[in-house]
Design a protein around this ligand. Sequence first.
Ligand code: PLP
Length: 393
Amino acid sequence: MLHIVDSFGRIGEENAFAVLARATELQRQGKDIINLGIGQPDFSTPDHIVEAAIKALRDGHHGYTPATGILPLREAVAADLHKRFGVEVNPDLVLIVPGGKVTMHMAILMFGEPGVDILYPDPGFPIYRSMIEFTGANPIPVPIREENGFAFSAEETLSLITPKTKLLIINSPANPTGGVTPKAEIDKLVKGLAQFPDVAIMSDEIYAQMTYDGLAHQTLLAYPEIRDRLILLDGWSKTYAMTGWRMGYSIWPKALYEAARKLAVNSYSCVNASAQFAGLAALTGPQDAVTSMVEEFDRRRKIVVEGLNALPGVRAATPKGAFYAFPNIAETGWKAKPLASALLEEAGVATIGGPDFGVFGEGYIRLSYANSAENIRRALERMRDFLTTHQPK
Ligand code: PLP
C-alpha cells in the first residue's frame, strides 16, 4: 500500500479547471456551451511574440538557461517596471518562473509551517489557501467585501496580524471580484505594516495592466519602506494572452532570492528557453495589442455589468480591474454553487460559484468576460431565461 505524506490530504484545487473540463465534456456531447468560467484572455498571443519564440528555436536556443532566467529578459522586466511605475528594480532580484502561480507556491513554501499564520484575500485566488493548508500553516482569510467595492480594508487587514503572522498576501486588481484597492488604502496598509517588521508581503499584481475608468495601478514596489520584505508576483499570462506559455516573474527581496533560486533549481531547472525569448519580445516590442485588448475588455465589462443588473435578483458592482464580474445572486434565492452548476448543465453557461474562492464568496458567482461581446449577450439571455423559469434548488 502506497503512503503519500499527510500534507497531500490538505492540498486544494482550482475549480475553474474542473468547470472547464465539464464544459468541454458537454461540448463534446454536442451541447452549445458559452464559457464564462475560465480566466484567460480569448485573444491569441500577438504575432511578433510567437515569431520571437519560433526564431529562438531556429537560432538554436534549445538548452538550459540560467535557473533565474536569461539576463536580457530579467533586464527587460526591470526596465518595464521602471517604465510603467518609475521604480528601480535590480535585474539580479528578478526571477523568471513558469507562470504566475509558481511565485505564490514558492513564497508560501518559504513561510508556511505549523504554528504560523498566513493572511490571504477571501474571496481570492484558490491556490493561496490551498498552498497555505498544504504547508500546515493557518490560513487566515482577509474578507473582501462588496460594500467596500471589493477593495481590501487596510484596517481590517492590519487587525488580523498577530505575532504568528509571517506572510500577508494581497491581490489588486483582484480575482475573482475585479476589485481594485485605492491608493489611499494601500498607503494606509503600508504605513501600518511598519509596526509588523517580521511580516513578509506577497503582492499579486498579475492584472496590473487591466484597470478601467482611468484608474492607475498602484504597485507595492513603489513603497521603499517595505521593499526588503516584498515579493512581487506578475507575469505574461493575462497581459499578453500567454496563459499556455507558462511565463511569469517575481521580484524578491535580497534576503529571499537565493531560496527562490534554489527552489527553481530543485524543481524545474529553468523556464523553457524559447518562451523566455517570447517574453522578451512581449516586453520590448509594441504594446498596442495590450491596449486594444484592455479596451475590448472594457467594452465587454460594460455589457456584462448592465446585463447582470437587469437580471431578476442579481446585483453586480462595476469591476474596476481584471476581466471578471462578481455579481451578488443572493436575492435569486439560489446558493452560489448550485446556481453555477445548474447554469452550466441546464442553460449552457459556464460560471464559477463564489465559494470556490473562499467562504466569503457565498452569494456570488464569477463570470469571466474574456469572451466575445456576442457570446456574453447570449449568455446573459440564457441566464435571464433560466432565472425566470427555474425555482431555486
Ligand atoms: N494570480 C491570480 C490572481 C490569478 O488570477 C492567476 C490566474 O488565474 C494567477 C495568479 C496565475 O497565473 P498563471 O496562469 O500565470 O500561473
